[in-house]
Design a protein around this ligand. Structure first.
Ligand SMILES: NC(=O)c1ccc[n+]([C@@H]2O[C@H](COP(=O)([O-])OP(=O)(O)OC[C@H]3O[C@@H](n4cnc5c(N)ncnc54)[C@H](O)[C@@H]3O)[C@@H](O)[C@H]2O)c1
Length: 356
């Protein structure tokens, strides 16, 4: 690989315009050469705005461009796994938005394509690149090893969400009246009743972040004990063991003005907590707090570095391609998240009597 990564991007939708295209464009070691967008009028406007040399009408045309080594993808929940599969098979390294796939079956096909193409896949789990969350994970690992805070009793992940845009105005992105392209058929979970597919994908696309985050912080496998979700298939509480630690995931669709998402790990003698900023609030890291309840009682609020998780994940992708280092969120690891979400949804459907 050259000293710069020769890069292309598929999709010019909201996430591409607001996050990934400007982020990759701003990286010194990324040579941003092409975009692909089915909606060509939108593609042209984004191409001009960011001065990108080439515009293609689909990801397959971009896959044929021999000059491109690596590709970013944000193509919608259903389409992007199939787009990534084609690109990986064509030998392009891929940085893709979550969810990697809508089923384990599809995820495995994507990994097969990457083996076939000799290409690498990174899934864009930006929480793993937030400086506050890095600090949080470091603290949990430190106290688990040192035993200073006693046994790790419980991990609570609260994801009631709200306004992730932090009041951002719609006028900042290019829009279009062109019809939205149909999604290629993606293999669905074979056990899932068709009429519940949209609900399942709604839960998957949001809470895959939280499952991935808990797995990253605690390590190990996810064992689902109970899933208590409402009829909306979204709001509720899931009890799990993650790496043997009792954990819960609290979910809901709210219309809160802020962004309500935090993770708290309770040890016998204290706790460590981190709270997400609204995701689009660039350069604001997660807030971290530590409470020590034994002996000399204290409460500490360390100050993480400034830094935007989305920008840092783009940088990581390019740096790893140039250095050959492992990705922090490789495709092989991301399959475990789809597996966990399938387990949660199966448990929910058993609980409400839909599955036996
Ligand atoms: N990490 C995060 O915090 C976060 C937040 C929001 C969304 N997302 C993810 O980002 C993804 C994209 O979301 P979005 O809101 O930008 O979607 P979007 O629908 O606005 O954009 C997708 C674009 O891809 C284009 N497209 C589809 N198929 C194509 C193809 N074969 N070739 C070229 N272009 C093609 C569409 O025309 C569209 O413009 C979603 O899967 C979502 O899960 C992640």
């Amino acid at each position: 690989m050259s000293k710069k990564v020769s890069f292309g991007y598929v999709g010019c939708g909201f996430v591409a315009q607001k996050i990934h295209i400007p982020n990759f464009k701003g990286l010194e070691r990324c040579d941003f050469k092409a975009i692909a967008e089915v909606r060509q009028d939108l593609g042209r406007r984004v191409q001009q705005k960011y001065r990108i040399p080439k515009l293609y009408g689909s990801h397959l045309e971009l896959a044929d461009d021999k000059e491109i080594e690596a590709v970013g993808v944000s193509g919608g929940f259903h389409a992007q796994g199939e787009i990534a599969r084609d690109l990986l098979e064509a030998g392009k390294h891929v940085f893709m938005e979550k969810p990697m796939a809508v089923s384990v079956v599809q995820a495995e096909k994507i990994l097969e394509a990457s083996k076939k193409g000799g290409s690498r896949l990174m899934v864009a789990y930006m929480k793993r690149f937030d400086p506050g969350y890095e600090l949080f994970k470091g603290a949990i690992e430190k106290y688990r090893v040192s035993g200073e805070l006693g046994e790790l009793l419980y991990a609570r992940n609260h994801g009631f969400c709200g306004d992730w845009l932090a009041g951002m105005q719609d006028t900042q992105v290019e829009g279009t009246d062109e019809p939205y392209p149909p999604s290629p058929p993606a293999p669905k979970p074979p056990w899932l009743p068709e009429k519940l597919y949209e609900k399942y994908v709604g839960y998957l696309q949001q809470y895959i972040h939280n499952v991935n985050f808990l797995r990253w912080v605690l390590g190990g496998e996810v064992e689902v004990k109970h899933a208590d979700l409402d009829r909306d298939g979204y709001t509720g509480v899931v009890l799990m063991k993650v790496s043997g630690v009792r954990s819960c995931l609290e979910t809901a669709s709210t219309s809160f003005h802020g962004w309500e998402e935090h993770t708290q790990c309770y040890f016998k003698n204290g706790w460590v907590r981190a709270s997400s900023p609204p995701l689009m609030l660039a350069n604001m890291p997660a807030e971290v707090e530590l409470y020590f309840g034994r002996g000399q009682r204290s409460y500490v609020k360390p100050v993480p570095e400034w830094g935007w998780s989305y920008k840092r994940e783009a940088e990581h992708f390019v740096d790893c391609l140039l250095s050959g280092e492992e990705f922090r969120s490789p495709g092989e690891d991301a399959v475990r998240d789809i597996e966990a979400i399938e387990k949660i949804y199966k448990a929910h459907l058993k609980d409400v009597g839909v599955l036996g």
